[in-house]
Design a protein around this ligand. Sequence first.
Ligand code: NBP
Length: 518
Amino acid sequence: MNSEFSNSNILEGREEAEYLMREIKMGNSATVVKMGEPTGDIALIGLAVMGQNLILNMNDHGFVVVAYNRTTAKVDQFLENEAKGTKVVGAHSLEEMVAKLKKPRKVMMLVKAGSAVDDFIAKLVPLLEQGDIIIDGGNSEYQDTRRRTKDLESKGLLFVGSGVSGGEEGARYGPSLMPGGNPAAWPALKPIFQSICAKSGDEPCCDWVGEDGSGHFVKMVHNGIEYGDMQLICEAYHLMKDALNMDNEEMSNSFTEWNKGELDSFLIEISSNILKYKDESGDYLLEKIRDSAGQKGTGKWTAISALEYGMPVTLIGESVFARCLSSLKGERERASKILKGPEGAEFTGEKAAFVEDIRQALYASKIVSYAQGFMLLRQAAQEFGWNLNYGGIALMWRGGCIIRSRFLGNIKDAFDKNPALDNLLVDDFFRDAIHNAQGAWRRVVSQAVLMGVPTPCFSTALAFYDGYRSDMLPANLIQAQRDYFGAHTYELLGQPGAYHHTNWTGTGGNVSASTYSA
Ligand code: NBP
Protein backbone atom coordinates (compact mmCIF):
# COMPACT_ATOMS: atom_id res chain seq x y z
CA MET A 1 0.00 0.00 0.00
CA ASN A 2 1.30 3.46 -0.82
CA SER A 3 1.64 5.04 2.59
CA GLU A 4 0.91 8.51 1.15
CA PHE A 5 -2.69 7.36 0.68
CA SER A 6 -3.13 5.13 3.71
CA ASN A 7 -6.35 5.21 5.75
CA SER A 8 -4.47 6.56 8.69
CA ASN A 9 -3.28 9.47 6.60
CA ILE A 10 -6.83 10.34 5.58
CA LEU A 11 -8.00 9.93 9.16
CA GLU A 12 -5.16 12.06 10.37
CA GLY A 13 -5.99 14.77 7.81
CA ARG A 14 -9.65 14.75 8.88
CA GLU A 15 -8.77 14.95 12.56
CA GLU A 16 -6.39 17.77 11.86
CA ALA A 17 -9.07 19.65 9.92
CA GLU A 18 -11.63 19.08 12.70
CA TYR A 19 -9.14 20.30 15.26
CA LEU A 20 -8.46 23.44 13.24
CA MET A 21 -12.19 24.12 12.84
CA ARG A 22 -12.65 23.81 16.60
CA GLU A 23 -9.83 26.28 17.18
CA ILE A 24 -11.35 28.72 14.69
CA LYS A 25 -14.82 28.42 16.27
CA MET A 26 -13.30 29.15 19.71
CA GLY A 27 -12.36 32.53 18.19
CA ASN A 28 -9.18 32.83 20.19
CA SER A 29 -7.05 34.93 17.88
CA ALA A 30 -3.85 33.51 19.36
CA THR A 31 -4.81 29.99 18.42
CA VAL A 32 -6.64 30.62 15.15
CA VAL A 33 -4.63 29.17 12.31
CA LYS A 34 -5.33 29.26 8.62
CA MET A 35 -6.03 25.99 6.84
CA GLY A 36 -3.01 24.82 4.90
CA GLU A 37 -0.48 26.58 7.10
CA PRO A 38 1.93 24.37 9.04
CA THR A 39 0.50 23.52 12.45
CA GLY A 40 3.26 21.45 14.05
CA ASP A 41 4.84 22.89 17.20
CA ILE A 42 7.57 20.28 17.22
CA ALA A 43 8.53 17.13 15.30
CA LEU A 44 9.66 13.96 16.98
CA ILE A 45 11.77 11.38 15.19
CA GLY A 46 11.92 7.90 16.73
CA LEU A 47 8.75 6.04 17.60
CA ALA A 48 10.16 3.53 20.09
CA VAL A 49 9.18 3.53 23.76
CA MET A 50 10.66 6.95 24.66
CA GLY A 51 9.56 8.78 21.53
CA GLN A 52 5.96 7.55 21.55
CA ASN A 53 5.48 8.40 25.21
CA LEU A 54 7.05 11.82 24.92
CA ILE A 55 4.79 12.63 21.95
CA LEU A 56 1.68 11.67 23.94
CA ASN A 57 2.94 13.77 26.84
CA MET A 58 3.45 16.79 24.54
CA ASN A 59 0.00 16.21 23.05
CA ASP A 60 -1.55 16.19 26.55
CA HIS A 61 -0.01 19.60 27.11
CA GLY A 62 -1.59 21.07 23.98
CA PHE A 63 1.30 20.87 21.54
CA VAL A 64 0.85 19.61 18.00
CA VAL A 65 3.53 17.01 17.37
CA VAL A 66 4.60 15.75 13.96
CA ALA A 67 5.65 12.11 14.34
CA TYR A 68 8.24 10.43 12.10
CA ASN A 69 10.19 7.19 12.23
CA ARG A 70 12.83 5.61 9.96
CA THR A 71 10.57 2.60 9.46
CA THR A 72 7.53 4.59 8.38
CA ALA A 73 5.07 1.72 8.96
CA LYS A 74 5.51 2.55 12.66
CA VAL A 75 4.07 6.03 11.99
CA ASP A 76 0.82 4.47 10.75
CA GLN A 77 0.73 1.94 13.59
CA PHE A 78 1.23 4.72 16.12
CA LEU A 79 -1.49 6.94 14.64
CA GLU A 80 -3.95 4.04 14.47
CA ASN A 81 -3.28 2.86 18.02
CA GLU A 82 -1.58 4.82 20.81
CA ALA A 83 -2.07 8.23 19.13
CA LYS A 84 -5.62 7.61 17.95
CA GLY A 85 -7.90 10.53 18.84
CA THR A 86 -4.98 12.87 19.59
CA LYS A 87 -3.76 15.91 17.65
CA VAL A 88 -0.58 14.09 16.64
CA VAL A 89 0.23 14.48 12.93
CA GLY A 90 2.13 11.82 11.01
CA ALA A 91 4.82 12.26 8.38
CA HIS A 92 6.18 9.64 6.00
CA SER A 93 9.26 11.52 4.89
CA LEU A 94 11.54 14.09 6.48
CA GLU A 95 10.44 16.59 3.80
CA GLU A 96 6.79 16.14 4.77
CA MET A 97 7.71 16.37 8.46
CA VAL A 98 9.59 19.65 8.01
CA ALA A 99 6.81 21.13 5.83
CA LYS A 100 4.31 20.55 8.67
CA LEU A 101 6.30 22.57 11.22
CA LYS A 102 5.84 26.16 12.32
CA LYS A 103 8.99 28.31 12.36
CA PRO A 104 11.45 28.26 13.96
CA ARG A 105 11.20 24.53 13.33
CA LYS A 106 11.95 22.27 16.26
CA VAL A 107 12.92 18.69 15.48
CA MET A 108 13.60 16.32 18.36
CA MET A 109 15.26 12.92 17.89
CA LEU A 110 14.77 10.01 20.27
CA VAL A 111 16.74 7.38 18.39
CA LYS A 112 19.60 5.06 19.19
CA ALA A 113 22.68 7.06 20.18
CA GLY A 114 25.61 7.09 17.74
CA SER A 115 25.58 7.06 13.96
CA ALA A 116 21.75 7.18 13.73
CA VAL A 117 21.88 10.70 15.20
CA ASP A 118 24.56 11.85 12.73
CA ASP A 119 22.66 10.28 9.82
CA PHE A 120 19.46 12.15 10.69
CA ILE A 121 21.33 15.43 11.19
CA ALA A 122 22.93 15.04 7.74
CA LYS A 123 19.50 14.51 6.17
CA LEU A 124 17.84 17.35 8.10
CA VAL A 125 20.42 20.07 7.42
CA PRO A 126 19.41 20.67 3.76
CA LEU A 127 15.72 20.78 4.75
CA LEU A 128 16.03 23.33 7.56
CA GLU A 129 16.60 27.09 7.64
CA GLN A 130 18.71 29.46 9.76
CA GLY A 131 17.48 29.52 13.35
CA ASP A 132 15.76 26.13 13.20
CA ILE A 133 16.45 23.79 16.12
CA ILE A 134 17.54 20.15 16.26
CA ILE A 135 17.30 18.41 19.63
CA ASP A 136 18.89 15.07 20.46
CA GLY A 137 17.06 13.52 23.41
CA GLY A 138 18.90 10.19 23.29
CA ASN A 139 21.71 9.00 25.54
CA SER A 140 24.45 10.50 23.40
CA GLU A 141 28.03 10.87 24.50
CA TYR A 142 28.68 14.49 25.53
CA GLN A 143 31.73 14.86 23.27
CA ASP A 144 29.49 13.97 20.29
CA THR A 145 27.07 16.67 21.43
CA ARG A 146 29.92 19.20 21.68
CA ARG A 147 30.95 18.35 18.11
CA ARG A 148 27.38 18.51 16.76
CA THR A 149 26.60 21.84 18.47
CA LYS A 150 29.70 23.41 16.94
CA ASP A 151 29.16 21.91 13.53
CA LEU A 152 25.50 22.97 13.29
CA GLU A 153 26.27 26.44 14.62
CA SER A 154 28.55 26.92 11.63
CA LYS A 155 25.55 26.09 9.41
CA GLY A 156 23.23 28.55 11.19
CA LEU A 157 21.27 25.82 12.99
CA LEU A 158 20.76 25.54 16.73
CA PHE A 159 21.58 22.18 18.31
CA VAL A 160 20.50 20.98 21.74
CA GLY A 161 21.57 17.75 23.45
CA SER A 162 19.08 17.00 26.16
CA GLY A 163 19.30 14.35 28.83
CA VAL A 164 15.91 12.67 29.26
CA SER A 165 15.44 10.59 32.37
CA GLY A 166 12.60 8.64 33.91
CA GLY A 167 12.19 5.81 31.42
CA GLU A 168 8.83 5.02 29.83
CA GLU A 169 6.70 6.34 32.69
CA GLY A 170 8.73 9.54 32.95
CA ALA A 171 8.50 10.21 29.21
CA ARG A 172 4.72 9.74 29.34
CA TYR A 173 3.87 11.71 32.47
CA GLY A 174 6.84 13.95 33.22
CA PRO A 175 10.52 13.23 32.69
CA SER A 176 13.49 15.04 34.11
CA LEU A 177 14.90 17.02 31.17
CA MET A 178 18.47 18.33 31.04
CA PRO A 179 18.90 20.47 27.89
CA GLY A 180 22.23 21.99 26.93
CA GLY A 181 23.80 23.19 23.70
CA ASN A 182 23.23 26.38 21.77
CA PRO A 183 21.61 28.80 24.29
CA ALA A 184 19.79 30.66 21.50
CA ALA A 185 17.48 27.62 21.20
CA TRP A 186 16.21 27.80 24.77
CA PRO A 187 13.54 30.55 24.52
CA ALA A 188 11.72 28.57 21.80
CA LEU A 189 12.03 25.25 23.63
CA LYS A 190 11.35 26.41 27.15
CA PRO A 191 7.52 26.51 26.96
CA ILE A 192 7.40 22.95 25.62
CA PHE A 193 10.08 21.43 27.85
CA GLN A 194 8.93 23.09 31.05
CA SER A 195 5.31 22.05 30.54
CA ILE A 196 5.97 18.38 29.74
CA CYS A 197 8.63 17.74 32.41
CA ALA A 198 8.16 16.45 35.96
CA LYS A 199 7.41 19.03 38.65
CA SER A 200 8.77 19.33 42.15
CA GLY A 201 5.93 21.18 43.86
CA ASP A 202 5.28 23.85 41.24
CA GLU A 203 8.83 23.98 39.96
CA PRO A 204 9.71 22.31 36.66
CA CYS A 205 12.39 19.60 36.77
CA CYS A 206 13.93 21.11 33.66
CA ASP A 207 16.00 24.19 33.11
CA TRP A 208 18.72 25.28 30.75
CA VAL A 209 21.87 23.39 31.81
CA GLY A 210 24.53 25.22 29.82
CA GLU A 211 26.66 25.31 26.70
CA ASP A 212 27.42 22.58 24.12
CA GLY A 213 27.70 19.08 25.65
CA SER A 214 26.72 20.09 29.21
CA GLY A 215 23.18 18.65 29.06
CA HIS A 216 24.45 15.23 28.10
CA PHE A 217 27.35 15.49 30.57
CA VAL A 218 24.89 16.21 33.38
CA LYS A 219 22.76 13.25 32.25
CA MET A 220 25.87 11.04 32.24
CA VAL A 221 26.74 12.07 35.82
CA HIS A 222 23.10 11.49 36.77
CA ASN A 223 23.41 7.93 35.47
CA GLY A 224 26.72 7.45 37.31
CA ILE A 225 25.08 8.60 40.55
CA GLU A 226 22.24 6.17 39.80
CA TYR A 227 24.82 3.34 39.67
CA GLY A 228 26.16 4.50 43.05
CA ASP A 229 22.73 4.75 44.68
CA MET A 230 21.80 1.28 43.45
CA GLN A 231 25.04 -0.27 44.74
CA LEU A 232 24.64 1.41 48.15
CA ILE A 233 21.15 -0.08 48.46
CA CYS A 234 22.57 -3.48 47.45
CA GLU A 235 25.21 -3.27 50.17
CA ALA A 236 22.53 -2.47 52.78
CA TYR A 237 20.54 -5.48 51.53
CA HIS A 238 23.64 -7.70 51.63
CA LEU A 239 24.41 -6.76 55.25
CA MET A 240 20.79 -7.24 56.36
CA LYS A 241 20.63 -10.60 54.64
CA ASP A 242 24.04 -12.09 55.43
CA ALA A 243 25.16 -10.29 58.60
CA LEU A 244 21.75 -10.03 60.29
CA ASN A 245 19.96 -13.00 58.66
CA MET A 246 16.85 -10.93 58.02
CA ASP A 247 14.13 -12.38 55.82
CA ASN A 248 12.74 -10.56 52.78
CA GLU A 249 9.62 -9.32 54.58
CA GLU A 250 11.72 -7.78 57.36
CA MET A 251 14.11 -6.18 54.88
CA SER A 252 11.24 -4.82 52.83
CA ASN A 253 9.68 -3.32 55.96
CA SER A 254 12.96 -1.65 56.89
CA PHE A 255 13.20 -0.08 53.44
CA THR A 256 9.60 1.11 53.72
CA GLU A 257 10.46 2.77 57.04
CA TRP A 258 13.60 4.33 55.57
CA ASN A 259 11.52 5.75 52.76
CA LYS A 260 9.66 7.92 55.28
CA GLY A 261 12.80 9.83 56.28
CA GLU A 262 16.04 11.25 54.88
CA LEU A 263 16.36 8.39 52.38
CA ASP A 264 12.92 8.98 50.83
CA SER A 265 13.54 8.16 47.15
CA PHE A 266 12.26 6.25 44.16
CA LEU A 267 15.03 3.63 44.38
CA ILE A 268 14.40 2.85 48.07
CA GLU A 269 10.67 2.59 47.32
CA ILE A 270 11.07 0.13 44.45
CA SER A 271 13.66 -1.89 46.40
CA SER A 272 11.12 -2.36 49.18
CA ASN A 273 8.58 -3.60 46.61
CA ILE A 274 11.12 -5.88 44.92
CA LEU A 275 12.17 -7.48 48.23
CA LYS A 276 8.67 -8.65 49.07
CA TYR A 277 7.59 -9.64 45.54
CA LYS A 278 6.64 -13.32 45.26
CA ASP A 279 6.42 -15.35 42.05
CA GLU A 280 3.67 -17.82 41.07
CA SER A 281 5.18 -20.53 43.27
CA GLY A 282 5.03 -18.23 46.29
CA ASP A 283 8.81 -17.74 46.50
CA TYR A 284 10.58 -14.41 46.72
CA LEU A 285 11.54 -13.74 43.10
CA LEU A 286 14.58 -11.63 44.06
CA GLU A 287 16.35 -14.61 45.58
CA LYS A 288 16.05 -16.52 42.29
CA ILE A 289 17.56 -13.78 40.13
CA ARG A 290 21.13 -14.45 38.91
CA ASP A 291 23.53 -12.12 40.72
CA SER A 292 25.32 -10.85 37.64
CA ALA A 293 24.66 -7.16 36.93
CA GLY A 294 24.37 -5.71 33.44
CA GLN A 295 25.38 -2.24 32.36
CA LYS A 296 25.00 -0.09 29.28
CA GLY A 297 28.04 2.15 29.78
CA THR A 298 27.00 5.50 31.24
CA GLY A 299 28.41 4.62 34.69
CA LYS A 300 31.66 3.63 33.00
CA TRP A 301 31.69 6.91 31.02
CA THR A 302 31.32 8.85 34.27
CA ALA A 303 34.22 6.96 35.85
CA ILE A 304 36.35 7.52 32.74
CA SER A 305 35.58 11.25 32.81
CA ALA A 306 36.49 11.33 36.50
CA LEU A 307 39.89 9.84 35.68
CA GLU A 308 40.28 12.14 32.69
CA TYR A 309 39.62 15.30 34.69
CA GLY A 310 41.45 14.07 37.82
CA MET A 311 38.43 14.06 40.14
CA PRO A 312 38.25 11.38 42.87
CA VAL A 313 34.74 10.15 42.07
CA THR A 314 35.50 6.96 43.90
CA LEU A 315 32.00 5.80 44.76
CA ILE A 316 30.71 5.75 41.19
CA GLY A 317 33.96 4.03 40.14
CA GLU A 318 33.48 1.34 42.81
CA SER A 319 29.86 0.85 41.80
CA VAL A 320 30.91 0.19 38.20
CA PHE A 321 33.61 -2.25 39.37
CA ALA A 322 31.11 -3.93 41.71
CA ARG A 323 28.95 -4.68 38.65
CA CYS A 324 32.04 -5.97 36.82
CA LEU A 325 32.91 -8.24 39.76
CA SER A 326 29.33 -9.49 39.95
CA SER A 327 29.45 -10.45 36.29
CA LEU A 328 32.38 -12.82 36.93
CA LYS A 329 29.82 -15.27 38.25
CA GLY A 330 31.51 -18.48 37.10
CA GLU A 331 34.90 -17.41 38.40
CA ARG A 332 33.37 -16.38 41.75
CA GLU A 333 31.61 -19.73 42.05
CA ARG A 334 34.93 -21.53 41.59
CA ALA A 335 36.78 -19.17 43.96
CA SER A 336 34.09 -19.57 46.64
CA LYS A 337 35.14 -23.23 46.95
CA ILE A 338 38.81 -22.29 47.42
CA LEU A 339 39.02 -18.97 49.28
CA LYS A 340 37.94 -18.68 52.91
CA GLY A 341 36.54 -15.67 54.78
CA PRO A 342 36.82 -14.98 58.54
CA GLU A 343 36.15 -18.05 60.70
CA GLY A 344 33.00 -18.06 62.84
CA ALA A 345 32.33 -14.33 62.44
CA GLU A 346 28.81 -13.77 63.72
CA PHE A 347 26.92 -10.63 64.54
CA THR A 348 26.35 -10.51 68.29
CA GLY A 349 25.01 -6.98 68.77
CA GLU A 350 21.48 -5.67 68.79
CA LYS A 351 19.83 -6.24 65.42
CA ALA A 352 17.47 -3.22 65.35
CA ALA A 353 20.28 -0.86 66.34
CA PHE A 354 22.48 -2.23 63.57
CA VAL A 355 19.71 -1.81 60.99
CA GLU A 356 19.61 1.86 62.01
CA ASP A 357 23.42 1.99 61.68
CA ILE A 358 23.13 0.62 58.14
CA ARG A 359 20.55 3.30 57.30
CA GLN A 360 22.90 6.00 58.53
CA ALA A 361 25.88 4.48 56.70
CA LEU A 362 23.83 4.53 53.51
CA TYR A 363 22.84 8.15 54.06
CA ALA A 364 26.41 9.31 54.78
CA SER A 365 27.78 7.37 51.77
CA LYS A 366 25.09 8.88 49.55
CA ILE A 367 26.08 12.38 50.62
CA VAL A 368 29.69 11.59 49.64
CA SER A 369 28.57 10.20 46.28
CA TYR A 370 26.62 13.33 45.37
CA ALA A 371 29.44 15.55 46.63
CA GLN A 372 31.79 13.67 44.28
CA GLY A 373 29.32 13.91 41.37
CA PHE A 374 29.10 17.69 41.79
CA MET A 375 32.92 17.89 42.02
CA LEU A 376 33.06 16.26 38.59
CA LEU A 377 30.44 18.66 37.20
CA ARG A 378 32.40 21.63 38.52
CA GLN A 379 35.65 20.37 36.99
CA ALA A 380 34.03 19.73 33.60
CA ALA A 381 32.47 23.20 33.71
CA GLN A 382 35.92 24.65 34.26
CA GLU A 383 37.41 22.47 31.52
CA PHE A 384 34.83 23.47 28.88
CA GLY A 385 33.84 26.94 30.07
CA TRP A 386 30.27 25.97 30.96
CA ASN A 387 28.23 28.14 33.31
CA LEU A 388 26.44 25.44 35.26
CA ASN A 389 23.67 26.19 37.71
CA TYR A 390 24.26 23.51 40.35
CA GLY A 391 21.08 24.20 42.36
CA GLY A 392 19.12 24.03 39.09
CA ILE A 393 20.69 20.66 38.29
CA ALA A 394 19.67 19.29 41.72
CA LEU A 395 16.13 20.49 40.99
CA MET A 396 16.15 18.83 37.55
CA TRP A 397 16.93 15.52 39.31
CA ARG A 398 14.43 16.18 42.12
CA GLY A 399 11.51 14.69 40.18
CA GLY A 400 10.84 12.50 37.15
CA CYS A 401 14.14 10.64 37.08
CA ILE A 402 15.45 7.43 38.63
CA ILE A 403 17.50 9.16 41.34
CA ARG A 404 14.61 11.41 42.40
CA SER A 405 14.62 11.89 46.13
CA ARG A 406 13.85 14.27 48.97
CA PHE A 407 17.60 14.60 49.51
CA LEU A 408 18.03 16.49 46.21
CA GLY A 409 15.91 19.26 47.71
CA ASN A 410 18.59 19.66 50.42
CA ILE A 411 21.28 19.82 47.73
CA LYS A 412 19.36 22.55 45.92
CA ASP A 413 19.04 24.48 49.21
CA ALA A 414 22.81 24.18 49.77
CA PHE A 415 23.63 25.65 46.32
CA ASP A 416 20.89 28.28 46.65
CA LYS A 417 22.51 29.38 49.93
CA ASN A 418 25.95 29.48 48.33
CA PRO A 419 26.18 28.99 44.53
CA ALA A 420 30.01 29.04 44.80
CA LEU A 421 30.04 26.27 47.43
CA ASP A 422 33.44 24.48 47.38
CA ASN A 423 31.98 21.08 48.12
CA LEU A 424 28.63 19.79 49.37
CA LEU A 425 30.39 18.23 52.37
CA VAL A 426 31.25 21.64 53.79
CA ASP A 427 27.69 22.95 53.59
CA ASP A 428 26.28 23.29 57.13
CA PHE A 429 23.38 20.90 56.53
CA PHE A 430 25.50 18.12 55.03
CA ARG A 431 28.39 18.65 57.44
CA ASP A 432 25.99 18.13 60.37
CA ALA A 433 24.35 15.15 58.66
CA ILE A 434 27.72 13.43 58.20
CA HIS A 435 28.82 14.28 61.75
CA ASN A 436 25.61 12.70 63.06
CA ALA A 437 25.98 9.58 60.93
CA GLN A 438 29.69 8.90 61.09
CA GLY A 439 29.68 6.77 64.26
CA ALA A 440 27.14 4.39 62.71
CA TRP A 441 28.95 4.50 59.36
CA ARG A 442 32.25 3.46 60.94
CA ARG A 443 30.57 0.65 62.91
CA VAL A 444 28.97 -0.70 59.73
CA VAL A 445 32.16 -0.64 57.67
CA SER A 446 34.16 -2.26 60.53
CA GLN A 447 31.53 -4.93 61.10
CA ALA A 448 31.35 -5.68 57.38
CA VAL A 449 35.13 -6.07 57.22
CA LEU A 450 35.14 -8.34 60.28
CA MET A 451 32.37 -10.51 58.87
CA GLY A 452 33.74 -10.60 55.33
CA VAL A 453 30.71 -8.94 53.72
CA PRO A 454 31.93 -6.74 50.83
CA THR A 455 30.77 -3.12 51.06
CA PRO A 456 32.90 -1.40 48.41
CA CYS A 457 30.82 1.78 48.22
CA PHE A 458 30.21 2.25 51.96
CA SER A 459 33.96 1.74 52.45
CA THR A 460 35.24 3.93 49.65
CA ALA A 461 32.90 6.74 50.70
CA LEU A 462 34.30 6.61 54.23
CA ALA A 463 37.90 6.50 52.98
CA PHE A 464 37.16 9.51 50.77
CA TYR A 465 35.62 11.37 53.69
CA ASP A 466 38.64 10.70 55.87
CA GLY A 467 40.97 11.73 53.06
CA TYR A 468 39.05 14.87 52.17
CA ARG A 469 38.98 16.09 55.79
CA SER A 470 42.77 15.51 56.25
CA ASP A 471 45.04 18.50 55.91
CA MET A 472 47.98 16.10 55.75
CA LEU A 473 48.04 12.94 53.64
CA PRO A 474 51.00 10.59 53.10
CA ALA A 475 51.56 11.91 49.58
CA ASN A 476 54.79 13.48 50.86
CA LEU A 477 56.22 9.95 50.79
CA ILE A 478 54.98 9.43 47.22
CA GLN A 479 56.75 12.61 46.19
CA ALA A 480 59.93 11.50 47.94
CA GLN A 481 59.77 8.06 46.26
CA ARG A 482 59.21 9.63 42.86
CA ASP A 483 62.16 11.91 43.35
CA TYR A 484 64.28 9.04 44.70
CA PHE A 485 63.79 6.71 41.74
CA GLY A 486 63.07 9.14 38.92
CA ALA A 487 64.34 12.58 39.94
CA HIS A 488 60.76 13.85 39.53
CA THR A 489 61.31 16.61 42.15
CA TYR A 490 59.09 17.69 45.04
CA GLU A 491 57.77 20.90 46.58
CA LEU A 492 58.33 21.81 50.23
CA LEU A 493 55.47 22.57 52.62
CA GLY A 494 54.64 26.25 52.48
CA GLN A 495 56.52 26.69 49.18
CA PRO A 496 54.19 25.46 46.41
CA GLY A 497 55.51 26.02 42.91
CA ALA A 498 59.22 25.75 43.85
CA TYR A 499 60.59 22.33 42.85
CA HIS A 500 63.54 20.59 44.50
CA HIS A 501 65.54 17.49 43.78
CA THR A 502 67.62 15.56 46.29
CA ASN A 503 70.41 13.13 45.51
CA TRP A 504 68.95 10.59 47.99
CA THR A 505 71.67 7.92 47.71
CA GLY A 506 74.65 10.07 47.05
CA THR A 507 75.29 8.05 43.89
CA GLY A 508 72.65 9.69 41.62
CA GLY A 509 73.25 12.84 39.66
CA ASN A 510 71.83 16.28 40.32
CA VAL A 511 69.82 16.46 37.10
CA SER A 512 66.05 16.32 37.65
CA ALA A 513 63.28 15.24 35.30
CA SER A 514 61.10 18.00 33.91
CA THR A 515 58.36 18.74 36.42
CA TYR A 516 54.80 17.80 35.82
CA SER A 517 51.74 17.27 37.91
CA ALA A 518 49.18 14.55 37.45
P1 NBP B 1 15.90 2.69 21.02
O1 NBP B 1 17.15 3.14 21.69
O2 NBP B 1 15.57 1.26 20.98
O3 NBP B 1 15.92 3.26 19.51
C1 NBP B 1 14.86 2.99 18.65
C2 NBP B 1 14.72 4.07 17.61
O4 NBP B 1 15.97 4.31 16.96
C3 NBP B 1 13.75 3.66 16.54
O5 NBP B 1 13.06 4.82 16.12
C4 NBP B 1 14.66 3.14 15.44
O6 NBP B 1 14.09 3.20 14.15
C5 NBP B 1 15.79 4.12 15.56
N1 NBP B 1 17.03 3.68 14.91
C6 NBP B 1 17.86 2.66 15.22
BR1 NBP B 1 17.57 1.45 16.56
N2 NBP B 1 18.92 2.56 14.41
C7 NBP B 1 18.76 3.57 13.55
C8 NBP B 1 19.52 4.02 12.45
N3 NBP B 1 20.68 3.44 12.15
N4 NBP B 1 19.08 5.08 11.76
C9 NBP B 1 17.93 5.69 12.10
N5 NBP B 1 17.14 5.31 13.13
C10 NBP B 1 17.56 4.27 13.86
O7 NBP B 1 14.62 3.49 21.59
P2 NBP B 1 14.28 4.05 23.04
O8 NBP B 1 14.47 3.02 24.10
O9 NBP B 1 12.97 4.71 22.91
O10 NBP B 1 15.40 5.16 23.29
C11 NBP B 1 15.56 6.29 22.46
C12 NBP B 1 16.75 7.07 22.96
O11 NBP B 1 16.49 7.52 24.28
C13 NBP B 1 18.05 6.27 23.04
O12 NBP B 1 19.15 7.09 22.77
C14 NBP B 1 18.08 5.82 24.47
O13 NBP B 1 19.40 5.55 24.92
C15 NBP B 1 17.49 7.02 25.17
N6 NBP B 1 16.84 6.75 26.46
C16 NBP B 1 16.14 5.61 26.65
C17 NBP B 1 15.51 5.38 27.88
C18 NBP B 1 14.70 4.13 28.12
O14 NBP B 1 14.29 3.93 29.28
N7 NBP B 1 14.42 3.33 27.11
C19 NBP B 1 15.62 6.35 28.89
C20 NBP B 1 16.32 7.52 28.64
C21 NBP B 1 16.92 7.71 27.42
P3 NBP B 1 13.39 1.89 13.51
O15 NBP B 1 12.07 1.79 14.16
O16 NBP B 1 13.32 2.22 12.07
O17 NBP B 1 14.29 0.72 13.83
